[in-house]
Design a protein around this ligand. Sequence first.
Ligand code: AMP
Length: 409
Amino acid sequence: MSFEKLNLDERLLKAVEACGFETPTPIQAKAIPIILEGGDVMGSAQTGTGKTAAFVLPILHQLITRKPVKKSVGPRCLVVAPTRELAQQVEKDATAFSKFIKFTQGSVVGGVSYGPQLQILKRPLDLLIATPGRLLDHMGQGRIDFSRLEFLVLDEADRMLDMGFIGDIRKIVAAVPEKRQTLLFSATLEGPVLRMAQTILKDPESIQLTTNQKSHDQIDQRIHWADDVSHKHNLLAHYVQTEDVSQAVIFTSTKRGADELVLQLNRKGQQAAVLHGDLRMTARKKTMDEMHHGKIKLLVATDIAARGLDFKNISHVFNFDLPNTAEDYIHRIGRTGRASACGTAISLVCRKDWDYLVSIERLTGSKLKRDLIPGLEPRSKEPKTRSTLGNAGRSWKPRRRGVPRRRVR
Ligand code: AMP
């Protein structure tokens, strides 16, 4: 399959070529023809699968090949994404793909000043990318005209539900024209996401990527059993020094933990920076630019802050703490091994992470490789079965789908 076979406008194909893409990814090959035909799509695809191009390209094609519904202000396409970073990622991709066409876009996200957003909303726009909170804020003030809207995209819908945005999404859907094409992407298409999709989309085509996509075959996944946090620090220092790390993202479960880890790494002479929701937008942007330019080797991040991050040269992902959902594990390790490159994901697991490990192995359907470093072997043993868990393990309960969980931003 080649991009030429997808019947996209020549100018878009030129932009795809300029991006260095040679063949469509599976989600692109499946979704682009359906979207070009005007059908609603619900796709299960994570960041890293090429899903952004899978919806941006066919939408751009339709925007340039048909006239706007009405001459007024407001967007023709609205993309709603859970975080600023993901919104910026979509904006960046749309900029790249629209290089050879006349195209206007803007974003309304939280954490930045209102001034430029007010100006954007007074103009006719091809694409508006938004996070739910700020979008509703503008809608509440009557600042957005949706009368020209033809496309609605809900990106990472499962994440928006997890973050408690279900009510916001319903308000947004109720405010846009009923006659529209709607696309919904989510890591999983089950439970509340599926129920929401069924009420928002019309006769949608469901695109599910096969499970080997989830297993990330090109990523060398290992776990190292750790006695405690200080053992984890020693293990991380060892891996960072001995493995061939070009750039790494190190995940922690809390913002405080991320700050502490950066301090520890800096003390050990490692060049590390932090990314979490407490940082100002300008500080985050600076860190992201430095990552893109290879000036930072180790980025310590929380899950939410790292959503939608797309750095090409991540050789390693370290889970200093395991995430509390298996889906987050898949998202995290997907930061490495981008677009068919190889990558390494090393998780440092101690007793408090044990139940999470069990659920990750259940989701991936395989037991992750155990690694041992001579001189840094654990004194404690990994429990053999879940029944040997201590209180830490027993106190963890699987998250009930549909119940918003408090998240670190
Ligand atoms: P996404 O899943 O949209 O976040 O995309 C993940 C990464 O894959 C981004 O760096 C894209 O630029 C890249 N990408 C998307 N589609 C392709 C393709 N067909 N060939 C090569 N790289 C791609």
